[in-house]
Design a protein around this ligand. Sequence first.
Ligand code: GLA
Length: 484
Amino acid sequence: MPSSGVSEDSYSVLSCFLEHGSQVVHRSMGILPLKKVTIINHFRLLKLKEMFNSKFGSTPKFYVRAPGRVNIIGEHIDYCGYSVLPMAVEQDMLIAVGPVKTQTLQLANTDPLYPDFSTTANNICIDKTQPLWHNYFLCGFKGIQEHFGLTQLPGMNCLVDGNIPPSSGLSSSSALVCCAGLVTLTVLGMRLSKVELAEICAKSERYIGTEGGGMDQSISFLAEEGTAKLIEFSPLRATDVKLPSGAVFVIANSCVEMNKAATSHFNVRVMECRLAAKVLAKHKGLQWDKVLRLEEVQSELGISLEEMLLVTEDALHAEPYSREEICKCLGISLEELRTQILSPNTQGELTFKLYQRAKHVYSEAARVLQFKQVCEAAPDNAVQLLGELMNQSHRSCRDMYECSCPELDQLVDICRKFGAKGSRLTGAGWGGCTVSLVPADTLSSFLASVHEAYYQGNMSRLAREKHSLFATKPGGGALVFLEA
Ligand code: GLA
């Protein structure tokens, strides 16, 4: 294991882990000063260590944690090339790791819902037909293996403990992919920057079959406590966004589960955006066959997002496009559309909405930039303005992108009714969570009212409510640590 070369940007050094009141502090081999990091509950760690011991008959050598995230604004635009504005949440994936001398990778989970899994580390197969939990680990593992072109990988025992509600839009799966990537890197004693790790994990999560952008993996690695981040792509970078004081972000789970790898909804949207980009590019006389993302059309034309909205209105129609019409527009055969443009699980789609999807993407991209500008300028009515942008975002997700569901719409309405200045679905949608901007001085009455209106009286929601309705603040990114 590496022991020197401290860099704030990479994970070459394991941090010491010290209990300090209810907080955890870490120290990077005495070179970096003591620094507070995201809270890791001491009892959780002890329990994990004990379970590891009884499962594998040894003590973990190190631990890795990677957080989930809440996206404040900028939904379904990362895979179109546009910036997004998430923050890490406190909830995370935590893995206890013990390298072994054999080449067997053994995975276990503290949650009995997720069965043990074991495989040889040299022949990783990821089954796209079922999004089983261990496949997310394998994505991160394989991503690192492929990045370094390794044929032989050491085996290890891993015990995973996650407290991010699954299928809730808080990115539990990407947190597991990122955690596994960092576990593998650490076992190998190799070095990568956080940006490189984020890019590798974004790419390798696609082994599961979803065509996600890079938001979730980027924030899991690049997050810093106390600040949200504007994440830009190509090249990937993260800039601090100071959120307004006097207001808090509240997460509320609709309790409708949505696993984006289990249906084709997500990939259909990615493909609709891809097709919209191609049709717009063709309309404008650009070399459309190379274009994959809506952002590329804008940058090729060198015009503003507002102008792109006008181009969209001019070039696309609101009625859904049939496959035949798209083929005619682009001058390609049905076979070329299916095999060269569409992803495997969208090849059976008969119609695509291009106008609505492009309108959402260009307007949402503009809202992200406005949100950041308001945070920077911090006018007196900042909370009001930010809330309005969040409300517009939800309307666009609901009406133009069609990625909401009745429960999410109901929850957003309830949150606004009881004092949220803005409320919207967060993450992929079709279920999962909302995020609301709530004045800090009304937080407790807000939580009580939302509890009563959405959770009380519904047994299944009530049973999960403890982990479903909570205020959150920007947490820190992924971390490797030893026990002190
Ligand atoms: C999922 C994907 C992200 C992003 C969001 C929607 O979380 O993994 O890349 O596309 O959906 O904004």
